[in-house]
Structure formats: C-alpha cells, structure tokens
Design a binder for this molecule. Structure first.
Ligand SMILES: Cc1ncc(COP(=O)(O)O)c(C=O)c1O
Length: 436
C-alpha cells in the first residue's frame, strides 16, 4: 500500500516532525509477536516494545478475544456512581502485584492522566490531614511525567517545557543523576547517591512542611534510561519519611516487569506511597493508566469526607472502561501464565551484554541499562537531535524499530523475545552505528 502526503495531512501527529514524516511516511500496518510490518511490506523487529507497551508481543489473540467479548456484552458503563465487575477485578489483580500496603487503584486512560491524578490525590491527602499548606512538589531535571499541565510542570526535559508558559507553580527540580564518572556503568551506578540530598536542600530552602510529594521515575526512561545510583532511592525515601512528604514512583515505563520484577519498587527494594502506571497494563492494546496508593492515603481521604458523600472530586468518563479492563485482565493473565516478569529477569544479563558490546563503536558515547531496558547516546552531529532523528529513520528502513529521544536510543524489547531476537536488534544497530 502506498500513502501520499495528501492523505496524511489531516492528522497532526504527536511528538513528530509532521512535514518530514508526511514527505516520507513510516507506517506500521501490522504487528505480530515481536515484529511489525511497514506499509511497503517490510518486516521490522520491535526493539522498544512499541513505546514500552507491548511486553507480551503484538496482537495477542487472548487480548483481542477478551476485548471483543467485552464489547458485545457491555461496551460502556458510566464510571461515576455506577460500575461494572471488570474494574474491581482488575484493581484486585493490580493490587496483588504491588508492594505490601499498596492496595487501592484509581483508573485513568494514560500515563499523563495518572500523573495529574497522583498530584491531586497527594493534595487531597494532605488537605484531609489538615496539612493543606503542602502545595509544593519536587521532581527532577530530565524527568518525563507525560504531557498534561501537571506532568509538564514536573517534567525536566527542556523541549517539553519551553513552549509552554503558565505551568503549575511551586515545583522544585532536583538535579538529574547522569554523571560522567558513571559512563558505561551496567545496572545501578556506584556514584551519585549524594544527589538525593537535593531533596534535603529543598526541605531546608522551602520548609519540609510545605512539600506535598516528590515524584520520581525509578529509572528515568524517556530521557534515555538513567538508572538510579546505589543508595539514591533509599535516601529519598528516608528524607520523605522524616518530613511527611509522599514519595511517588512514576512506573509508567518500569511497571509490569520491565525491571525483572512486577514493579521497580520491588527491584530496588524501596516502597513509595503512590505508584503511577500505564503502557503495559493492557500490553498496549488499549489506552489505560492507573494510580495505586497505600492504605493510609486511601483511608485518610475517604474517611475525611462526610458519610455517603463523594470523597474525591476527580475522575474521567473513561476511567476503568470495560474494554480496557478486559484487555488489562487478559494481559495480566498472560504475564502470569507465561512468567514473563521472571523471563525478563532471566533475559536481562544476555540483553545487557549484547547492548553493551556496542561501546567499542566511536559514535557511542555512553550506555546505561537495567532489566530489559537500555539507553545509548550517540555523539551529537551538527545540531542536537539531528543524528538521532536520521538514525531512527535509517534503522526503520533497515528493519528495526527503536524509540529515540534526541540523540539517545532506548532499547526495550518485548519479554517474549528470544536471544536470537536480541542478536538481530543489536546486529542492525551495530551496522548502522558503525556508519556514523
Ligand atoms: C515515566 C512516564 N510517565 C508518564 C508518561 C506519559 O504517559 P502517556 O504517554 O501514556 O500519557 C510516560 C510516557 O512515556 C512515561 O514514560
């Protein structure tokens, strides 16, 4: 099938160079397992699980069947003051994967909505405790927390912020954790735990009692996989505990096995108060996100409201949509039946070894990785991002899909990948990177 720019013009594509794309479209028209097919019939191996979504591979019939059955049985239920069984079942399943004590799940439709929901839950919690003065939030440079006003405000990637004024006030950014001396470190780097003291500095500058929550991606994903230095998350937890600050882990990428355990909280042994998720919750098959909170937060907010009154004035028309719940339940069943989180953990050493073998290439200036996710930086060309954008296109036409942010590629294969698929991904990368 051939597409011309004219037929593509009406869709204003997100995070895309629209003019460039429409002049030379790269459409994916079919997916199966760890492969896509482009509109010219080319087969493309999926090196980034789509966009970190399709952990169990593409077009799983179990999910398609569950969604189709749901659409025939009950296509929509208003989520306010009514419900359907699937959302309760999925909330119970998600809770069972959470660290102890995190047992309450609020459904959204995306990672961005999960972040804004978590911000509002944090505000509601402090207000319910009579601490409504906690209006400040702490996040980090190079963070990505989605694109809604809350997430954009928390975010720390300049291109995502600079166009937009009038974001949320009272956000403090800690430094990011990329350090020259950690270059090519595999897993958690040795250096940088002291960067958590930036939270302590915020406490000393603004007063701990004014800070509502600290938002952190356990592994900063979109910016290029910044793995937390040893001791860093532990220290953030300590500071939060001392000052009554909620710790929020944004696990939109890490959640559902990417780090080798269900959630990064478990991989790193640090339990936050709130966990945000999306992406692999439905294996990417339908849009859905969620915010999981601990008992203390849920009980406090709920019990502060008058009996029989709505406790949290927040929610989306499509919160816990029946089809998304059906997709989520089917996806979680696949993860469990096929032990996919364990499989991700088992495949991790081989995956990391192969990706780190690229460090001998001149163009590769750093590699970071943990579990089944790794980022590699390519030496900047004429302008930041130019080389990465071109490389992503060249890789696509060479049969490999990899997500790029600027000059950084992020590899995160589906957990159903075999070693030979990892070899294929790294082989194509080596060939193209060697040409730079
Ligand atoms: C850590 C993190 N938070 C939030 C988001 C936003 O999710 P969405 O694009 O579903 O709104 C993303 C998306 O990549 C993410 O990586």
């Amino acid at each position: 099938m051939q597409y011309t720019a004219n037929t593509l013009e009406n869709h204003w594509m997100p995070f895309t160079a629209n003019r460039d794309f429409k002049a030379d479209p790269r459409l994916m028209v079919k997916g199966e397992g760890i492969y896509y097919w482009d509109h010219k019939g080319g087969k493309i191996i999926d090196g980034s699980s789509g966009l970190f979504c399709s952990a169990a591979g593409h077009c799983r019939p179990e999910i398609a069947d569950a969604v189709s059955a749901q659409l025939r049985e009950n296509d929509f239920t208003p989520p306010f003051q009514s419900g359907h069984p699937g959302s309760f079942e999925l909330a119970a399943k998600v809770s069972s994967l959470m660290p102890d004590g995190i047992n309450h799940v609020f459904f959204t439709n995306s990672g961005s909505e999960s972040i804004d929901t978590a911000l509002k839950i944090a505000m509601a919690y402090h207000r319910a405790r009579g601490e409504g003065q906690r209006t400040r939030f702490v996040s980090r440079e190079r963070a990505y927390h989605g694109v809604n006003i809350g997430g954009t405000s928390l975010g720390g990637m300049v291109k995502n912020r600079e166009t937009f004024s009038g974001l949320m006030p009272s956000i403090v950014h800690m430094r990011h954790t990329w350090l020259e001396k950690n270059r090519f470190a595999k897993g958690q780097p040795e250096h940088g735990a002291e960067l958590a003291e930036d939270l302590q500095r915020a406490v000393e500058t603004y007063g701990g009692s004014t800070i509502a929550a600290c938002f952190i991606e356990p592994i900063a994903g979109s910016t290029g996989v910044l793995v937390p230095p040893k001791g860093y998350l532990e220290r953030l937890r300590e500071i939060c505990d001392t000052h009554g600050i909620l710790l929020v882990f944004d696990e939109v990428i890490c959640g559902f096995g990417r780090t080798g355990k269900a959630f990064a909280a478990q991989s790193f042994g640090v339990t936050p108060d709130i966990i945000t998720m999306a992406k692999a919750l439905t294996n990417g098959a339908l849009p859905m996100g969620a915010v999981a909170v601990d008992d203390e937060i849920y009980d406090t907010v709920v019990n502060a409201a008058p009996e029989n009154a709505i406790e949290l004035f927040h929610g989306y028309t499509f919160s816990g949509h029946p089809t998304a719940c059906a997709a989520g339940l089917a996806a979680l069943e696949i993860y469990e039946k096929e032990n996919l989180f364990e499989r991700a953990a088992e495949l991790s050493p081989y995956f990391l070894d192969q990706v780190y073998s690229l460090q001998d290439l001149n163009a590769v200036t750093d590699i970071r990785g943990y579990g089944l996710i790794a980022g590699f930086d390519v030496a900047t060309g004429d302008a930041p991002g130019q080389r990465g954008t071109q490389l992503q296109k060249d890789l696509f036409w060479s049969g490999l899909h990899v997500k790029f942010t600027g000059d950084t590629g992020i590899i995160a294969p589906p957990f159903v990948a075999e070693k030979e698929h990892i070899d294929q991904i790294v082989g194509i990368l080596r060939e193209k990177l060697a040409e730079l």
